[in-house]
Design a protein around this ligand. Structure first.
Ligand SMILES: [Zn+2]
Length: 269
């Protein structure tokens, strides 16, 4: 599943190729994505893309009088291809720009292509999103405040997008390892100092993944059309039974909220 780093990498990859350009054509080959592609999307030709930014795992294309909202779902990817490139079976949507197409491929069709004429932060899918982990909004003090009163395990807290956006299973596990915090620790019990450490660990983990070009999805295709790299070298995620890279103890796997969590019983408390 594309995670925040993949979406960020996609955003950075495609933005220079379409911001400031006029949309010349639209192709909706399959409108049954997670939600039906609204009719308004089909009449976007002629608008200029004034800006592109990421909020959580949503891409927001500023078209002046509204925003095109895209989400990659479980298996979506975006790439720029030359105009006239024949679409594959799962290439459901194209946004055309003079000689180029931004093409959405989404085999499982859990992605989304939506339109809003309202400020995007007011959209029902975006309104309740938590804070951006890479922004200044996330620091030790804020994390400490956010976790007060939450008796859930910190791993599950981190994965709740209403608190902090974009921390999927891999990055939540890796951040907790880096911060030396046991994933089962109650969020409300984390001290200020540990929250500060965790905030730094989250940013470092995400930044490392972004510079590695994203991770976690075999069929993620980088916006320039090359296959992405990418299972970044994880410390704990997916490594049950293997030696901890820091201390050599065996990495353990537990299940929290139906999701696998990996941790080092020796390094994380
Ligand atoms: Zn260890």
């Amino acid at each position: 599943m594309p995670e925040l780093p993949e979406v960020e990498v996609t955003c950075r990859g495609i933005a220079p190729q379409l911001v400031g350009r006029t949309i010349s054509s639209i192709a909706v080959r399959e409108s049954r994505l997670r939600w039906p592609v609204p009719a308004a999307v089909r009449s976007l030709a002629g608008r200029v893309v004034l800006g592109l930014r990421r909020r959580g795992k949503y891409l927001l294309f500023d078209c002046g009088d509204g925003h095109l909202i895209m989400h990659l779902g479980m298996s979506g990817s975006l790439r720029m291809v030359a105009a006239g490139t024949p679409p594959g079976k799962h290439d459901h949507f194209d946004l055309g720009f003079d000689g180029k197409l931004l093409r959405l491929r989404d085999p499982r069709r859990f992605g989304a292509v939506l339109w809003t004429a309202q400020p995007p932060q007011a959209h029902p899918l975006i309104r309740h999103l938590g804070i951006e982990p890479l922004s200044r909004d996330l620091d030790g003090r804020r994390l400490h405040a956010l976790t007060r009163g939450h008796r859930t395990a910190i791993k599950q807290f981190l994965m709740d997008g209403r608190r902090i956006v974009g921390l999927g299973n891999i990055y939540a596990s890796e951040s907790l390892f880096l911060a030396a915090i046991h994933p089962g620790t109650r969020a409300s019990r984390l001290s200020r100092e540990r929250c500060a450490r965790l905030a730094v660990a989250i940013k470092r983990t995400l930044r490392a993944a972004i510079s590695a070009g994203g991770s976690s999805l075999r069929d993620f295709v980088r916006s320039d059309g090359e296959l992405g790299c990418f299972q970044a070298r994880t410390c704990v995620y997916g490594r049950a039974g293997q030696p901890c890279r820091r201390c050599g103890a065996k990495i353990r796997r537990i299940v929290q909220g139906q999701r696998a969590t990996f941790y080092c019983p020796n390094c994380q408390h």
